[in-house]
Design a protein around this ligand. Sequence first.
Ligand SMILES: [Zn+2]
Length: 424
Amino acid sequence: MPDVFADLVGQDEAVDTLRRAAAAAAAVLRAAAHRPDEADELAALVEEVEVASGASGVSPGDPGAGMTHAWIFTGPPGSGRSVAARAFAAALQCVHGTGCGTCPGCHTTLAGTHADVRLVVPEGLSIGVSEMRALVLRAASTPSGGRWQVVVIEDADRLTEAAGNALLKAVEEPPPRTVFLLCAPSTHPDDISVTIRSRCRVVPLRQPPPDAVAEVLARRDGIAPDVARWAAAAAQGHVGRARRLARDPEARKRRDAVLAVPRRLTGVGAAFDAASALIEAAEAEAEASVAETDAAERAALETALGAGGTGRGAAGAIRGAAGQLKELEKRQKSRATRAQRDALDRALVDLAGFYRDALTMALRASVAPVHTDTASLAEAGARKWDAEGALRRLEAVLACRAAIEANVKPRIAVEAMMLALWKG
Ligand SMILES: [Zn+2]
């Protein structure tokens, strides 16, 4: 039976660290159980267990040997940061202490229903302070299952400054049985504050090699090996994206449209048309992805507020309701913006892959192309532009991504990019 770490693709080193930490955490709980009056002195117990494990062949300073209250999982998008955090959460709640994958602790954690595991998935552009304060408060309670309170924060780089400060307080003085698992692209100060970083143990994940991604798609998702190989290469190490490309014809269609851009750029007018098409496709994709949730949330809120109610207190209720609806609309708008940016960024990553292929072909480098299905087009580009021209175009795509990340209006950034791609 595969354990909770089985889906962490190509991350042997990180898995090794997490397994040992989970074992140390289980040892801490066992030690605490024998001395109920000192059960809250976790820090002392952690230290003791680390020293003890040192005696049994693991050096005390070994970063993988111990357990700690706060962790950061870093790595490029799609490398499995949140998969790793959830798997580790499951291993901490595992009744056997190993992350067996089958016990109730593992099972409910992975299913998202464990009472002592809270998962924060930001839907908007940032995680706000009120959300974080509520979370920190609940995280301080005693775990109902007797093991750990685990808080998983996906995209911790989207914490607002105030939210980061609220989190920092909790990480600096952690409740004895609370573990924070943060996910961020890197430990760069832009992604995570230096003070939070200094309190956390870092688990770096790498971009999984295409072979490993293809293998897991075939094994776990039952995707035909040749399709899995193509999707793994086209997704450039992003496991979730590879699975979507292999399974979803709409996702493939959108990718085809993006990869048709280079041959459509025949003049200034065509460049602007291509920019509009790219932006509108991202908007449509984002709208489709949030429409259902938006409608369901609104219906649920209206039901909860008893829309159309009369009688005593109804006027006050309506005033309160207007505020809540406004709040919901604000949240939904923020989520829609995020979805649009994510969709556009996926398109830009695909496009960058194409120009990277042209560049490696111009340099006659012996690396496999990202997009095998447009390899001949990239080859033609390589002959026409040379390495320098291909590099300039690749840089134009990367500059567009950076500009959007820095809050330049997407349409302006994409138009500038298309003109640069056309002119070379
Ligand atoms: Zn288990």
